[in-house]
Design a binder for this molecule. Structure first.
Ligand code: G1P
Length: 289
C-alpha cells in the first residue's frame, strides 16, 4: 500500500519572522520567486501524493489564493502574449488537489493534524511541515514512503542537530537497525540538552498509520500548553512499531532567519541565470570583510 494523502499544517503564527508575518503567512516568504510552501507542495507531488490538506488559520488566505486560478492575471498575460509566464501561473493552480481546513485556535501541531482526521478516512498519510525545504533527488517524503511500503509502519524523518538546538525539536531515542533506520524507543518534545535522549531531532516530515489520530486524542496538553504531535507519536510507539529514518538531503528551516538567507543564496547559486553574478558579488564582499 502506498500513500496518496498529505497534511500540511500551516496555521502557525510565524512569530520568529515578525513583523513581516503580521500580515503575511511565513509559508509565503519567497525563495527568490517561489514561496516556501510551493517547494513543500512540490516535494509532496514528487513523492506520489495527489491529495493535500492544508491546515490554515486566520490571515493565511494568500496561501489559498496562490494555489487557486487567477483569471484576471491569466487574461492579462494572454493579451500580452506572455505564454511562458501564463503557463507557469496556470501550472501552479493545477499542481494537485488541495483542500483547506481552518484550525480555529492554534492549539498545537497535534491538534492541527487532528482536524484532518475525517478527510484522511482511515488511510496512512504523510505530514509535511510548511517551514522546511529539503533538497534531494529522491524527495525526503518519498524516502519515508519507501520505508513505509517495506515495513507498513509509521516513519519519521530525523537528522542530527547540535546539542544546543535540541530544545527546538522532538528528540528521539532509537535502536539502530542500519545506517539510516532506527526503531523508535522514545521521543521527547523540546528537551533541555541535559535531558535529551540523543541529538536526533524529528524534522518536519512524517508518515503515519491512521492510529496516530486516537493517540493524539488521548494526549494531554504538553510542552508550551499545546497538544503535541510528539506525545501522540510516543503513545503510538507503545502499541505499534515506529521507525525513525535518517534521511538523505539538505534541509533548510526557513522559519529561521539565518537558514532562510542561506536557502536564498544556495538557490540563487543553483540558478543558471544568477549564478555568476551572485558569485561575483559574494567574492567581492568576502574580500571586503
Ligand atoms: C515541531 C514539532 C517538533 C519537531 C519540529 C520540526 O515543532 O513539535 O517535534 O521536531 O516541528 O521542525 P515547532 O518547530 O513547530 O516548534
Amino acid at each position: 500500500m502506498t500513500i496518496k494523502k498529505a497534511i500540511i499544517p500551516a496555521a502557525g503564527l510565524g512569530t520568529r519572522f515578525l513583523p513581516v508575518t503580521k500580515s503575511m503567512p511565513k509559508e509565503m516568504l519567497p525563495i527568490i520567486d517561489k514561496p516556501v510552501i510551493h517547494y513543500v507542495v512540490e516535494e509532496a507531488i514528487n513523492s506520489g501524493i495527489d491529495d493535500i490538506i492544508f491546515i490554515t488559520g486566520r490571515s493565511k488566505r494568500s496561501i489559498e489564493d496562490y494555489f487557486d486560478d487567477s483569471p484576471e492575471l491569466e487574461m492579462h498575460l494572454m493579451s500580452k502574449g506572455k505564454t511562458e509566464m501564463l503557463k507557469m501561473v496556470r501550472d501552479i493552480s493545477s499542481l494537485v488537489d488541495i483542500h483547506y481546513i481552518r484550525q480555529k485556535e492554534p492549539r498545537g501541531l497535534g491538534d492541527a493534524i487532528l482536524t484532518a482526521e475525517k478527510h484522511i478516512s482511515g488511510e496512512p498519510f504523510a505530514v509535511l511541515l510548511g517551514d522546511d525545504i529539503i533538497v534531494n533527488s529522491t524527495p525526503c517524503t518519498k524516502q519515508l514512503i519507501e520505508v513505509f511500503i517495506k515495513y507498513g509502519r509509521s516513519t519519521i524523518a530525523v537528522e542530527e542537530v547540535p546539542l544546543e538546538k535540541v530544545i527546538n525539536y522532538g528528540i528521539i531515542k532509537g535502536r539502530k537497525l542500519d545506517e539510516h533506520l532506527y526503531v523508535l524507543e522514545d521521543i521527547v518534545e523540546k528537551p533541555s540538552p541535559e535531558k535529551a535522549p540523543s541529538n536526533y531531532g524529528a524534522i518536519g516530515r512524517y508518515v503515519f498509520t491512521p492510529e496516530i489520530f486516537d493517540c493524539i486524542k488521548k494526549s494531554e496538553y504538553g510542552v508550551g500548553g499545546e497538544i503535541q504531535l510528539t506525545d501522540g507519536i510516543k503513545l503510538l510507539s507503545e502499541s505499534q512499531k515506529i521507525y525513525a529514518y535518517k534521511f538523505t538531503g539538505k534541509r533548510y528551516d526557513t522559519g529561521d532567519k539565518l537558514e532562510y538567507i542561506k536557502a536564498i543564496v544556495d538557490f540563487a547559486l543553483e540558478n543558471e541565470e544568477m549564478r555568476e553574478e551572485i558569485l561575483a558579488y559574494l567574492r567581492e564582499n568576502i574580500v571586503k570583510c
